[in-house]
Structures are given as C-alpha cells and as structure tokens.
Design a protein around this ligand. Structure first.
Ligand SMILES: NC(=O)c1ccc[n+]([C@@H]2O[C@H](COP(=O)([O-])OP(=O)(O)OC[C@H]3O[C@@H](n4cnc5c(N)ncnc54)[C@H](OP(=O)(O)O)[C@@H]3O)[C@@H](O)[C@H]2O)c1
Length: 225
C-alpha cells in the first residue's frame, strides 16, 4: 500500500461541527489545513486556526480550495452547491472533493426532511456543478466523531462510498484508512448511489433517537464472508 506523503495541503469547506472535527484531526496529523467559510473573516474559522496553530489557516471558500491537493465539503446541505461553486470550478479542476454533506431540511423541526430525493441527490448536484472535479461521497452516514475515529464504535462496521472516478475512490479509501483508521469501505458505484446514501440518513436519525447515542454504525453481514 502506498503511504501518502506526511504533509498534504487540505482544504476544508465548512465551519460547523464536521468542518471543525475533520480539520482538527488532519491538522493534528501534521497536514496543512485551510478552513473555508463564506466570509474570509469568519470568526469561527479564525479561532480554529489560532488554536490549531502551526500550518493551520483560514479564509473564504476560494482560499481554502485554491492551494489544496484535496478538499472536503463540510457545508450545510442547502448551502453546499453554492459553497463548492464559490470555492471555484477552476481551482477544483482535476482535484478530489470528498463530499460528506446531507441535504437535510430542519425547517419543520426534527426529524428533518430531505430537501430533494428520488432521482436526485446532493452528491450528483455537486458533481454536475463541478464536472471536472472527482467528487467522492462518503462519511455522510455517521456522526462527526465517528468519521475521524471509527474505533469509537466497537466491532466491525462499514463505510459506504460512491463516485464516478475509480482511481479517486481508491485513493480516498487509502487516505481514510491512513488518516482515520477506516478498515472497511464499501464502494457502491457511481455518484448516483448518493441517492441511497443520503436517504439512509433519515433512518440514521431515527436510529439515533432509539439508541440515544450518535456513536454507532452499520455492519453488513454477507453470505460466505
Ligand atoms: N453533524 C454531524 O455529525 C454530521 C454527520 C454527517 C454528515 N453531516 C453533514 O455535514 C455537513 C456539515 O454539518 P455541520 O453540522 O458541521 O454544519 P452545518 O451547520 O450544516 O453547515 C455549516 C457550514 O455551511 C455553510 N453554509 C451554510 N449556509 C450556506 C449557504 N447558503 N451557502 C454557502 N455555505 C453555507 C456555513 O458557512 P459559514 O462558515 O460561512 O457560516 C458553514 O461553513 C452537513 O451537510 C451535514 O448534513 C453532519
């Protein structure tokens, strides 16, 4: 297995719980992380960069994407297409964008609804908005703490992934193992599989309510495994 270079330039679009969790973990691993927000002076991003120290930076979405070798989309489902478009079609050209956002609508409270579903998904909308970017959808089906620390959930469990570019998915699979410790990734195929991955999140919300914890995941038992 190829060991990735020890320090990569990584852009993280998003200043919420997920953006903070991903950025903090990657910065702790020694990567040069730039957190992006709508405004270059976003106070949460500035404070995160101050606390993270070292090579951590912050700025607007274009700044976070421009220098990055790989970019995470950790923005709200309703804002994600605007966020990645603002980040820049040109600067994201040819790059891997890991999309972990869900198109959730909390306007009528909890449980949320999906903003859109059926023959549509956020993963596809992002891929359509960025045709020259390799969008890999993954990590959207688990809580933020579990994304960067799958060992919080005991036993074997699986992470779904999809995207149109096989090499990009293979690289992200290696990175998820190396950075966060993910041992089992299930490739669901092209980006259209986002439809199922995003709808699953409604079920996840009900599971969380029943289990009274967000720290869980699924494991798929297979015949002959
Ligand atoms: N929370 C979890 O454990 C979890 C688990 C799995 C997946 N997810 C998904 O991960 C994503 C991030 O979740 P979160 O809870 O960390 O944060 P969030 O509150 O859903 O999103 C915050 C980010 O979205 C940006 N944003 C909001 N409206 C926007 C708009 N109209 N245009 C452009 N950007 C906009 C914000 O920009 P500013 O920084 O400028 O305010 C901020 O950076 C969501 O899609 C969520 O469904 C969350």
């Amino acid at each position: 297995m190829r060991k990735e270079e020890t320090s990569m330039k990584i852009g993280v679009l998003g200043t919420g719980t997920v953006g903070m969790t991903i950025s903090t973990k990657l910065a702790a691993l020694g990567h040069q992380v730039t957190m992006g927000a709508r405004e270059s002076r976003n106070e949460k991003a500035a404070e995160w960069a101050r606390k993270a120290g070292g090579k951590a930076g912050h700025g607007d979405f274009p700044r976070a994407a421009s220098d990055a070798e790989i970019v995470f989309n950790c923005t709200s489902g309703g804002g994600a297409v605007a966020a990645v478009t603002a980040a820049g079609k040109e600067s994201l050209k040819g790059k891997i964008l890991i999309d972990l956002a869900n198109p959730l609508d909390f306007s009528a409270g909890t449980p949320p609804r999906l903003l859109f579903h059926g023959e549509d998904s956020l993963g596809e909308r992002i891929q359509n908005a960025l045709p020259d970017t390799k969008v890999v959808k993954t990590l959207n089906t688990i809580a933020a703490d579990v994304m960067v620390n799958p060992g919080l959930v005991p036993g074997e469990h699986d992470l779904p992934m999809c995207g149109n570019d096989a090499a990009a998915k293979a690289r992200v699979t290696l990175l998820l193992r190396e950075w966060f410790g993910w041992k089992s990734v299930i490739d669901l195929g092209p980006i259209t599989a986002s439809r199922g991955m995003e709808v699953y999140v409604l079920f996840w919300v009900h599971l969380m309510g029943a289990l009274k914890t967000p720290v869980f995941n699924i494991h798929v038992q297979r015949k002959g495994a």
